[in-house]
Design a protein around this ligand. Structure first.
Ligand code: PMP
Ligand code: GLN
Length: 378
C-alpha cells in the first residue's frame, strides 16, 4: 500500500509513556496531569447523562457551551465571536487543527511552521497535500526570527501556524511579537492557525496574547483551545475553535464529515463549569507554584534550566550530564534513572541535536520530588 504518511511512526509521547510504564519510571514525558480533575465537573457530566443528554448534539456543539465559550473569549480578549456561526466544539485541539488545515490548505499550498513544533502539525499538513516551510526558533532562548518569518511568506503561503504558549519550549509570545506578526501578514491573504491550548498557563502575571485580541489578526485566524489542558481532563478529548464566519463555514464543511459532532454529556458538563471564570483564572498560580518548585529543585542539579514562561513544560540542557543524543538520553534517563522525558529533537523535521529534553511538571509535588531526587544523583 502506498502510504499517505510514509514517514510517520508511533508518536514519541506513546513511545515514552510505554517505556516509562515498563520501567516503572516517574513519567515526566507525555504531557498530562497525574492528579484528578475537580469532582464537580465529573458530577455535572454524570448528571447530564442521567438527565438524558445522550443523543447527537448539534453539529457545531450545544448552543449553551458555544455561548459560554464566546463569553469567555469576549471577557478575556475583547472579541465577541458569534456562538451560532463562529464557534465549533471539537474532539480536542488535535481534531480542530487537522480540520482547519484540511479545510483551507490545497495541494501545493505552503504552510509556515515555526520549529520545534507540536507533532501533529506536519502529518496534518501532509494529509492536505500542503508543503511545510520551516522557520527555526533561535538559540539559546527560542527567539522568533521575525525577519526569517517575513522572508518565508510567498504568493503560495496559505497559512502560518503559531503556538503560544509554546510546546515544547515553554516560551510565550508578547504583545510586541503579535504586532510584528500583524506587520508581516498585512496586505497578504495569509491565514493564521493559532494553537492556544495552553492559554491559561502563562506565568509571572503576564497576559496571554491571543490572536483574538488583535483585530487585524483575528479576522484571518482560527483560534484553537482545549478543555483537556485547562480542566485537567486530557482524556476527554474536547476543545474548540473560534474563527470569523466565512472561515468557520469552511471549517464546518470538513468537521461534519470528519467527526460530525462531539460527545453530548461532556458538553453539558463543561457548560456550567466554564461559566465560572475562577477555575481558569486560578490556573496560572496553580501551575506557577509547580513550575517554581520544579525549577528550584532542578537548579540544585547539573541540568541547566531553560526559560519557562508558559505551558506545563520545562526544558533543560543536559550537556553537563551526558553526551548522548536527545533520544538516547531520554531512553537512558527513563530506563536507568527512572525519570521519563521527551527529546526536543522529536519536534524538529530533521536531525536536530541541542542537548535538550522536555519535562512535564503537571504533577503532584510528591511526584516531582521523587523525580528531582533521582535527577540530583546525576
Ligand atoms: N497542541 C498542542 C501544542 C498540544 O500540546 C496538544 C496536547 N498535547 C494539542 C495541541 C492537542 O490537544 P488535545 O489533547 O485537546 O487534542
Ligand atoms: N500534548 C501532549 C504533549 O505534548 C501529548 C499529547 C499526545 O500524547 N498526543 O506531551
Amino acid at each position: 500500500l502506498a502510504s499517505r504518511l510514509p514517514n510517520v511512526g508511533t508518536t514519541i509521547f506513546t513511545v515514552m509513556s510505554a517505556l516509562a510504564a515498563e520501567k516503572r519510571a516517574v513519567n515526566l514525558g507525555q504531557g498530562f496531569p497525574d492528579f484528578n480533575c475537580d469532582p464537580r465537573i465529573v458530577d455535572a457530566v454524570a448528571k447530564a447523562m442521567r438527565d438524558g443528554h445522550n443523543q447527537y448534539p448539534p453539529m457545531a456543539g450545544i448552543m449553551p457551551l458555544r455561548q459560554a465559550i464566546s463569553g469567555k473569549i469576549a471577557n478575556l480578549y475583547g472579541r465577541r465571536y458569534d456562538a451560532d456561526t463562529e464557534i465549533t466544539v471539537t474532539a480536542g485541539a488535535t481534531q480542530a487543527l487537522l480540520t482547519a488545515i484540511l479545510a483551507t490548505v490545497h495541494p501545493g499550498d505552503e504552510v509556515v511552521v515555526l520549529e520545534p513544533n507540536y507533532d501533529s502539525y506536519l502529518p496534518s499538513i501532509e494529509l492536505a497535500g500542503g508543503k511545510p516551510v520551516f522557520v527555526t526558533l533561535e538559540a539559546p532562548d527560542y527567539a522568533i526570527p521575525f525577519d526569517k518569518l517575513a522572508a518565508a511568506i510567498t504568493p503560495k503561503t496559505r497559512l502560518i501556524l503559531i503556538n503560544t504558549p509554546h510546546n515544547p519550549t515553554g516560551t510565550v509570545w508578547r504583545a510586541a511579537d503579535m504586532r510584528k506578526l500583524e506587520d508581516i501578514v498585512r496586505d497578504t491573504n495569509v491565514l493564521i492557525l493559532s494553537d492556544e491550548v495552553y492559554e491559561h498557563m502563562v506565568y509571572d502575571g503576564a497576559p496571554h496574547e491571543s490572536v483574538a485580541r488583535y483585530p487585524e489578526l483575528a479576522q484571518r485566524s482560527f483560534v484553537v483551545s482545549s478543555f483537556g489542558k485547562t480542566y485537567h481532563v486530557t482524556g476527554w478529548k474536547i476543545g474548540y475553535v473560534a474563527a470569523p464566519a466565512a472561515l468557520m463555514a469552511e471549517f464546518r464543511k470538513v468537521h461534519q464529515f470528519n467527526v460530525f459532532t462531539v460527545n453530548t454529556p461532556m458538553q453539558y458538563g463543561l457548560t456550567d463549569y466554564l461559566r465560572n471564570p475562577a477555575p481558569y483564572l486560578d490556573l496560572p498560580a496553580f501551575y506557577q507554584q509547580k513550575r517554581d518548585f520544579f525549577r528550584e529543585g532542578l537548579a540544585k542539579t547539573r541540568f541547566k534550566l531553560l526559560p519557562c514562561t508558559g505551558t506545563y513544560f520545562q526544558c533543560v540542557d543536559y550537556s553537563a550530564v551526558s553526551t548522548l543524543s536527545e533520544a538516547d538520553f531520554s531512553t537512558w534517563l527513563t530506563s536507568e534513572i527512572g525519570v521519563a522525558a521527551i527529546p526536543v529533537s522529536a519536534f524538529y523535521h530533521e536531525a536536530h541535536e541541542s542537548g535538550v529534553v522536555r519535562f512535564c511538571f503537571a504533577k503532584q509535588e510528591s511526584t516531582l520530588a521523587t523525580a528531582l531526587e533521582r535527577l540530583a544523583r546525576l
